[in-house]
Design a protein around this ligand. Structure first.
Ligand code: FES
Ligand SMILES: [Fe+2]
Length: 385
Protein backbone atom coordinates (compact mmCIF):
# COMPACT_ATOMS: atom_id res chain seq x y z
CA UNK A 1 0.00 0.00 0.00
CA UNK A 2 1.10 3.56 -0.56
CA UNK A 3 1.84 5.62 2.51
CA UNK A 4 2.41 9.25 3.41
CA UNK A 5 5.52 10.12 5.38
CA UNK A 6 6.74 13.54 6.39
CA UNK A 7 4.80 15.39 3.75
CA UNK A 8 5.83 13.29 0.78
CA UNK A 9 3.98 10.59 -1.06
CA UNK A 10 5.67 7.21 -1.30
CA UNK A 11 4.45 4.34 -3.40
CA UNK A 12 4.95 0.85 -2.14
CA UNK A 13 2.38 -0.21 -4.74
CA UNK A 14 4.25 1.18 -7.73
CA UNK A 15 4.78 -2.17 -9.32
CA UNK A 16 1.00 -2.77 -9.32
CA UNK A 17 0.09 0.47 -11.06
CA UNK A 18 3.09 2.55 -11.89
CA UNK A 19 1.32 5.22 -13.95
CA UNK A 20 -1.13 6.02 -11.18
CA UNK A 21 1.58 6.05 -8.53
CA UNK A 22 3.81 8.32 -10.60
CA UNK A 23 1.00 10.80 -11.18
CA UNK A 24 0.69 11.41 -7.48
CA UNK A 25 4.30 12.48 -7.24
CA UNK A 26 2.98 15.93 -8.18
CA UNK A 27 0.74 18.30 -6.26
CA UNK A 28 -2.58 19.98 -6.77
CA UNK A 29 -2.75 23.68 -7.61
CA UNK A 30 -0.98 26.26 -5.53
CA UNK A 31 -2.58 29.34 -4.03
CA UNK A 32 -2.34 31.58 -7.05
CA UNK A 33 -4.92 29.44 -8.83
CA UNK A 34 -7.51 30.45 -6.22
CA UNK A 35 -6.66 34.00 -5.17
CA UNK A 36 -5.46 35.65 -8.36
CA UNK A 37 -7.80 37.68 -10.57
CA UNK A 38 -5.27 37.32 -13.39
CA UNK A 39 -5.35 33.55 -13.06
CA UNK A 40 -9.14 33.67 -13.25
CA UNK A 41 -8.95 35.78 -16.40
CA UNK A 42 -6.75 33.12 -17.98
CA UNK A 43 -9.27 30.47 -17.00
CA UNK A 44 -12.04 32.42 -18.69
CA UNK A 45 -10.06 32.64 -21.90
CA UNK A 46 -8.50 29.18 -21.96
CA UNK A 47 -11.00 27.01 -20.11
CA UNK A 48 -14.48 28.50 -20.02
CA UNK A 49 -14.43 29.84 -23.58
CA UNK A 50 -12.74 26.74 -24.99
CA UNK A 51 -15.03 23.96 -23.82
CA UNK A 52 -18.68 23.18 -23.19
CA UNK A 53 -20.14 25.08 -20.27
CA UNK A 54 -23.52 24.34 -18.75
CA UNK A 55 -25.28 27.67 -19.31
CA UNK A 56 -28.88 27.00 -18.32
CA UNK A 57 -31.80 24.61 -18.41
CA UNK A 58 -34.30 24.00 -21.16
CA UNK A 59 -37.21 24.25 -18.72
CA UNK A 60 -36.15 27.84 -17.99
CA UNK A 61 -36.97 28.77 -21.58
CA UNK A 62 -39.82 26.33 -22.05
CA UNK A 63 -41.88 28.33 -24.58
CA UNK A 64 -41.09 30.07 -27.83
CA UNK A 65 -40.03 33.62 -27.08
CA UNK A 66 -38.66 32.84 -23.62
CA UNK A 67 -35.22 34.27 -22.96
CA UNK A 68 -32.81 33.99 -20.07
CA UNK A 69 -29.77 36.14 -19.30
CA UNK A 70 -26.76 34.14 -18.15
CA UNK A 71 -23.31 35.39 -17.16
CA UNK A 72 -20.47 32.93 -16.70
CA UNK A 73 -16.94 34.07 -16.04
CA UNK A 74 -18.07 37.63 -16.68
CA UNK A 75 -19.35 36.78 -20.19
CA UNK A 76 -22.97 37.92 -20.59
CA UNK A 77 -25.13 35.71 -22.78
CA UNK A 78 -28.79 35.05 -23.43
CA UNK A 79 -30.55 31.77 -24.09
CA UNK A 80 -33.58 32.12 -26.35
CA UNK A 81 -36.21 29.58 -27.38
CA UNK A 82 -37.14 30.10 -31.03
CA UNK A 83 -40.45 29.54 -32.77
CA UNK A 84 -38.96 26.32 -34.15
CA UNK A 85 -38.44 25.04 -30.60
CA UNK A 86 -34.65 25.36 -30.76
CA UNK A 87 -32.77 26.93 -27.87
CA UNK A 88 -30.13 29.37 -29.14
CA UNK A 89 -27.46 31.37 -27.39
CA UNK A 90 -26.33 34.89 -28.20
CA UNK A 91 -24.01 37.38 -26.64
CA UNK A 92 -26.17 39.61 -24.51
CA UNK A 93 -25.29 42.79 -26.30
CA UNK A 94 -26.92 44.87 -29.01
CA UNK A 95 -24.85 45.15 -32.19
CA UNK A 96 -25.75 48.85 -32.58
CA UNK A 97 -23.99 50.50 -29.63
CA UNK A 98 -23.30 47.61 -27.32
CA UNK A 99 -26.21 47.86 -24.90
CA UNK A 100 -27.02 44.72 -22.87
CA UNK A 101 -30.32 43.42 -24.20
CA UNK A 102 -32.02 41.86 -21.17
CA UNK A 103 -31.25 41.73 -17.47
CA UNK A 104 -33.97 39.34 -16.35
CA UNK A 105 -35.86 36.37 -17.80
CA UNK A 106 -38.53 37.24 -20.36
CA UNK A 107 -41.52 35.13 -21.29
CA UNK A 108 -43.15 34.52 -24.66
CA UNK A 109 -41.91 37.60 -26.44
CA UNK A 110 -42.08 37.64 -30.23
CA UNK A 111 -38.97 39.84 -30.40
CA UNK A 112 -35.97 40.94 -28.40
CA UNK A 113 -35.92 44.72 -28.12
CA UNK A 114 -32.86 46.68 -27.10
CA UNK A 115 -33.77 49.18 -24.36
CA UNK A 116 -31.49 51.94 -25.75
CA UNK A 117 -32.63 52.86 -29.30
CA UNK A 118 -35.25 50.10 -29.53
CA UNK A 119 -33.73 48.02 -32.26
CA UNK A 120 -35.75 44.84 -32.48
CA UNK A 121 -34.39 41.36 -33.17
CA UNK A 122 -36.28 38.22 -34.05
CA UNK A 123 -35.79 35.03 -32.02
CA UNK A 124 -33.12 33.84 -34.45
CA UNK A 125 -31.15 37.02 -33.78
CA UNK A 126 -31.87 38.90 -37.03
CA UNK A 127 -32.49 42.60 -36.72
CA UNK A 128 -36.03 43.44 -37.76
CA UNK A 129 -36.83 47.03 -36.91
CA UNK A 130 -34.49 49.98 -36.53
CA UNK A 131 -36.63 53.00 -35.64
CA UNK A 132 -35.54 56.34 -37.16
CA UNK A 133 -32.49 54.58 -38.56
CA UNK A 134 -32.09 56.71 -41.69
CA UNK A 135 -33.29 59.96 -40.10
CA UNK A 136 -36.18 61.10 -37.95
CA UNK A 137 -39.30 59.27 -39.06
CA UNK A 138 -37.48 57.07 -41.56
CA UNK A 139 -37.33 53.58 -40.16
CA UNK A 140 -35.52 50.47 -41.34
CA UNK A 141 -38.08 47.69 -41.24
CA UNK A 142 -37.40 44.18 -42.50
CA UNK A 143 -40.44 41.97 -42.18
CA UNK A 144 -38.33 38.80 -42.24
CA UNK A 145 -35.35 40.20 -40.38
CA UNK A 146 -31.99 41.13 -41.88
CA UNK A 147 -29.50 38.31 -42.30
CA UNK A 148 -26.63 40.77 -42.53
CA UNK A 149 -27.28 42.43 -39.17
CA UNK A 150 -27.77 40.01 -36.34
CA UNK A 151 -26.88 39.24 -32.78
CA UNK A 152 -23.55 37.52 -32.24
CA UNK A 153 -24.44 33.85 -31.94
CA UNK A 154 -22.79 31.40 -29.55
CA UNK A 155 -22.53 27.70 -30.30
CA UNK A 156 -25.23 26.00 -28.27
CA UNK A 157 -26.47 22.45 -27.84
CA UNK A 158 -28.68 20.58 -25.38
CA UNK A 159 -28.71 17.26 -23.58
CA UNK A 160 -31.99 16.43 -21.86
CA UNK A 161 -32.77 19.55 -19.78
CA UNK A 162 -29.21 20.87 -19.84
CA UNK A 163 -28.25 23.65 -22.26
CA UNK A 164 -24.56 24.00 -23.01
CA UNK A 165 -22.59 26.71 -24.79
CA UNK A 166 -19.15 26.69 -26.36
CA UNK A 167 -17.92 30.23 -26.78
CA UNK A 168 -14.96 29.68 -29.09
CA UNK A 169 -16.93 27.28 -31.28
CA UNK A 170 -14.03 24.84 -31.46
CA UNK A 171 -14.92 22.23 -28.86
CA UNK A 172 -15.72 18.65 -29.83
CA UNK A 173 -19.40 17.89 -30.54
CA UNK A 174 -21.42 17.98 -27.31
CA UNK A 175 -22.31 14.29 -27.63
CA UNK A 176 -18.60 13.44 -27.67
CA UNK A 177 -17.93 15.69 -24.69
CA UNK A 178 -20.68 13.93 -22.76
CA UNK A 179 -19.98 10.38 -23.91
CA UNK A 180 -17.72 9.35 -20.99
CA UNK A 181 -20.61 10.25 -18.69
CA UNK A 182 -23.52 8.98 -20.77
CA UNK A 183 -21.81 5.58 -21.14
CA UNK A 184 -21.44 5.26 -17.38
CA UNK A 185 -25.05 6.29 -16.78
CA UNK A 186 -26.55 4.30 -19.62
CA UNK A 187 -28.56 2.02 -17.30
CA UNK A 188 -30.42 5.10 -16.02
CA UNK A 189 -33.35 6.07 -18.23
CA UNK A 190 -32.82 9.82 -18.03
CA UNK A 191 -35.81 10.38 -20.33
CA UNK A 192 -37.97 9.29 -17.39
CA UNK A 193 -36.90 12.33 -15.37
CA UNK A 194 -38.78 15.55 -14.83
CA UNK A 195 -37.43 18.70 -13.28
CA UNK A 196 -38.86 19.50 -9.88
CA UNK A 197 -37.12 22.51 -8.34
CA UNK A 198 -33.82 24.26 -7.90
CA UNK A 199 -31.95 26.03 -5.17
CA UNK A 200 -29.19 28.59 -5.57
CA UNK A 201 -26.22 29.58 -3.42
CA UNK A 202 -23.77 32.45 -3.55
CA UNK A 203 -20.46 31.06 -2.30
CA UNK A 204 -17.34 33.00 -1.30
CA UNK A 205 -15.08 30.46 -2.90
CA UNK A 206 -13.19 29.80 -6.08
CA UNK A 207 -15.10 27.49 -8.42
CA UNK A 208 -12.36 24.85 -8.31
CA UNK A 209 -12.60 24.43 -4.54
CA UNK A 210 -16.29 23.56 -4.92
CA UNK A 211 -15.49 21.06 -7.66
CA UNK A 212 -12.57 19.62 -5.69
CA UNK A 213 -14.81 19.19 -2.66
CA UNK A 214 -17.40 17.40 -4.80
CA UNK A 215 -14.84 14.86 -6.00
CA UNK A 216 -13.17 14.57 -2.58
CA UNK A 217 -14.69 11.35 -1.30
CA UNK A 218 -12.51 11.43 1.81
CA UNK A 219 -14.31 14.21 3.66
CA UNK A 220 -17.56 12.33 4.22
CA UNK A 221 -16.68 10.94 7.64
CA UNK A 222 -15.43 14.31 8.90
CA UNK A 223 -18.01 16.68 7.43
CA UNK A 224 -21.18 14.68 6.71
CA UNK A 225 -22.11 12.48 9.69
CA UNK A 226 -25.57 11.59 8.33
CA UNK A 227 -24.19 10.71 4.91
CA UNK A 228 -21.47 8.64 6.55
CA UNK A 229 -24.15 6.74 8.41
CA UNK A 230 -25.93 6.09 5.13
CA UNK A 231 -22.74 4.69 3.55
CA UNK A 232 -19.68 4.39 5.74
CA UNK A 233 -16.35 5.94 4.73
CA UNK A 234 -14.68 2.54 5.03
CA UNK A 235 -16.88 1.23 2.20
CA UNK A 236 -16.47 4.17 -0.15
CA UNK A 237 -14.44 4.20 -3.34
CA UNK A 238 -12.49 7.25 -4.47
CA UNK A 239 -13.37 9.38 -7.48
CA UNK A 240 -11.68 8.26 -10.70
CA UNK A 241 -10.65 10.61 -13.48
CA UNK A 242 -11.35 9.87 -17.14
CA UNK A 243 -10.02 12.93 -18.92
CA UNK A 244 -12.51 15.73 -18.23
CA UNK A 245 -14.95 13.35 -16.49
CA UNK A 246 -14.59 12.61 -12.79
CA UNK A 247 -16.74 9.73 -11.68
CA UNK A 248 -17.34 7.53 -8.69
CA UNK A 249 -20.07 5.25 -7.41
CA UNK A 250 -20.72 4.02 -3.89
CA UNK A 251 -23.10 1.37 -2.63
CA UNK A 252 -25.43 1.81 0.30
CA UNK A 253 -26.96 -1.00 2.35
CA UNK A 254 -30.49 0.41 2.65
CA UNK A 255 -32.34 3.36 1.13
CA UNK A 256 -33.50 6.09 3.46
CA UNK A 257 -35.77 9.12 3.34
CA UNK A 258 -34.47 11.55 0.78
CA UNK A 259 -32.27 8.90 -0.78
CA UNK A 260 -34.29 6.23 -2.46
CA UNK A 261 -37.07 5.56 0.02
CA UNK A 262 -40.69 6.01 -0.97
CA UNK A 263 -40.14 7.50 -4.41
CA UNK A 264 -40.34 5.72 -7.78
CA UNK A 265 -37.05 4.44 -9.14
CA UNK A 266 -35.65 4.74 -12.63
CA UNK A 267 -37.35 2.03 -14.69
CA UNK A 268 -35.51 -1.23 -15.19
CA UNK A 269 -32.74 -0.71 -12.64
CA UNK A 270 -30.90 -3.87 -11.66
CA UNK A 271 -30.88 -5.01 -8.04
CA UNK A 272 -27.28 -3.78 -7.81
CA UNK A 273 -28.07 -0.37 -9.25
CA UNK A 274 -30.96 0.03 -6.81
CA UNK A 275 -28.35 0.28 -4.07
CA UNK A 276 -25.87 2.50 -5.86
CA UNK A 277 -25.23 6.23 -5.88
CA UNK A 278 -22.96 7.49 -8.68
CA UNK A 279 -21.56 10.99 -8.51
CA UNK A 280 -19.81 12.90 -11.28
CA UNK A 281 -18.06 16.08 -12.29
CA UNK A 282 -17.77 17.18 -15.89
CA UNK A 283 -14.94 19.68 -15.97
CA UNK A 284 -15.36 22.59 -15.74
CA UNK A 285 -18.84 23.46 -14.45
CA UNK A 286 -21.23 20.50 -14.17
CA UNK A 287 -21.50 18.28 -11.13
CA UNK A 288 -24.06 15.65 -10.33
CA UNK A 289 -25.36 13.02 -7.98
CA UNK A 290 -27.60 10.10 -8.86
CA UNK A 291 -29.76 8.01 -6.59
CA UNK A 292 -32.13 5.26 -7.74
CA UNK A 293 -35.02 7.75 -7.55
CA UNK A 294 -33.46 11.08 -8.50
CA UNK A 295 -30.83 13.08 -10.30
CA UNK A 296 -29.23 16.23 -8.94
CA UNK A 297 -27.50 18.50 -11.43
CA UNK A 298 -25.25 21.13 -9.93
CA UNK A 299 -24.20 24.04 -12.09
CA UNK A 300 -21.17 26.09 -11.10
CA UNK A 301 -21.25 29.69 -12.26
CA UNK A 302 -17.81 31.18 -11.65
CA UNK A 303 -18.16 34.92 -11.09
CA UNK A 304 -14.64 35.80 -10.02
CA UNK A 305 -11.58 34.15 -8.52
CA UNK A 306 -13.29 34.23 -5.11
CA UNK A 307 -17.01 34.06 -5.88
CA UNK A 308 -19.12 31.28 -7.37
CA UNK A 309 -22.83 30.79 -7.73
CA UNK A 310 -24.01 27.23 -7.37
CA UNK A 311 -27.38 26.09 -8.69
CA UNK A 312 -28.74 22.70 -7.72
CA UNK A 313 -31.53 21.24 -9.83
CA UNK A 314 -33.63 18.34 -8.58
CA UNK A 315 -35.10 15.78 -11.00
CA UNK A 316 -37.37 12.89 -10.10
CA UNK A 317 -38.83 9.98 -12.02
CA UNK A 318 -42.12 10.54 -13.85
CA UNK A 319 -44.97 11.98 -11.80
CA UNK A 320 -42.81 12.07 -8.67
CA UNK A 321 -41.45 15.42 -9.85
CA UNK A 322 -44.84 17.17 -9.52
CA UNK A 323 -47.59 14.94 -8.20
CA UNK A 324 -48.95 15.91 -4.78
CA UNK A 325 -48.68 12.29 -3.64
CA UNK A 326 -44.88 12.63 -3.72
CA UNK A 327 -44.58 16.04 -2.13
CA UNK A 328 -43.22 14.67 1.13
CA UNK A 329 -40.65 12.56 -0.73
CA UNK A 330 -39.51 15.61 -2.69
CA UNK A 331 -39.29 17.65 0.49
CA UNK A 332 -37.15 14.99 2.12
CA UNK A 333 -34.83 14.76 -0.87
CA UNK A 334 -34.50 18.53 -0.92
CA UNK A 335 -33.82 18.69 2.80
CA UNK A 336 -31.35 15.83 2.64
CA UNK A 337 -29.24 17.42 -0.06
CA UNK A 338 -29.44 20.97 1.19
CA UNK A 339 -28.27 19.65 4.57
CA UNK A 340 -25.24 18.19 2.83
CA UNK A 341 -24.63 21.51 1.10
CA UNK A 342 -24.98 23.36 4.39
CA UNK A 343 -22.06 21.23 5.56
CA UNK A 344 -20.05 21.63 2.35
CA UNK A 345 -20.36 25.35 1.67
CA UNK A 346 -18.62 26.51 4.87
CA UNK A 347 -15.82 24.08 4.04
CA UNK A 348 -15.39 25.59 0.57
CA UNK A 349 -15.41 29.12 1.97
CA UNK A 350 -12.88 28.17 4.65
CA UNK A 351 -10.64 26.56 2.05
CA UNK A 352 -10.74 29.83 0.12
CA UNK A 353 -9.61 31.71 3.22
CA UNK A 354 -6.86 29.14 3.70
CA UNK A 355 -5.50 29.80 0.24
CA UNK A 356 -3.93 33.09 1.34
CA UNK A 357 -1.56 31.20 3.64
CA UNK A 358 2.06 30.78 2.68
CA UNK A 359 1.92 27.51 4.55
CA UNK A 360 0.06 25.84 1.70
CA UNK A 361 1.90 25.06 -1.50
CA UNK A 362 -0.36 22.77 -3.49
CA UNK A 363 -1.03 20.00 -1.03
CA UNK A 364 0.33 16.77 0.34
CA UNK A 365 -1.88 14.27 -1.36
CA UNK A 366 -3.36 10.95 -0.35
CA UNK A 367 -2.38 8.46 -3.04
CA UNK A 368 -5.81 6.87 -2.80
CA UNK A 369 -8.33 9.66 -2.26
CA UNK A 370 -6.65 12.66 -3.87
CA UNK A 371 -5.97 11.22 -7.31
CA UNK A 372 -9.00 13.08 -8.63
CA UNK A 373 -7.90 16.37 -7.09
CA UNK A 374 -4.50 15.93 -8.70
CA UNK A 375 -6.14 15.12 -12.04
CA UNK A 376 -8.34 18.22 -11.82
CA UNK A 377 -5.19 20.27 -11.29
CA UNK A 378 -3.74 18.59 -14.37
CA UNK A 379 -6.78 19.58 -16.46
CA UNK A 380 -6.23 23.20 -15.40
CA UNK A 381 -2.49 23.07 -16.03
CA UNK A 382 -3.00 21.48 -19.46
CA UNK A 383 -5.42 24.20 -20.50
CA UNK A 384 -3.43 27.10 -19.17
CA UNK A 385 -0.15 25.78 -20.60
S1 FES B 1 -27.57 50.11 -28.52
FE1 FES B 1 -29.21 48.81 -28.96
S2 FES B 1 -30.50 49.96 -30.22
FE2 FES B 1 -28.81 51.24 -29.90
FE1 LIG C 1 -19.39 17.14 0.87
Amino acid sequence: MASIERGTVTHAAKSEDSSRATALDGTALDNEAYVSAEFFDSEVKKIFRATWMLAGFAHEVSDAGDSLPVTIGGIPMILVRGRDGEVRAFHNVCVHRGMPLIDKPCRKRAFITCPYHLWTYDLEGRVRNRPHFFRGGEHDISENGRDDVRLAAIRCDSWHDLVFVNLDGKAEPLADFLRPLTERLQHYDLDALNWSRDVEYDIASNWKLIAENHIDALHIFGVHPALNKFADQATRPCTEAFGHLFFGCYSFPDPEKGRGLGMPYFPGLSAKARQEAPWFYLFPNVMGQVYPDQLLVIQLIPESHERTRERVHFYFVGDAAHDDAFEEGRRQAHETYTSVLAEDIPVCEALQRGRVSEGFTGGVLSPFWDKATFELAERVRERLG
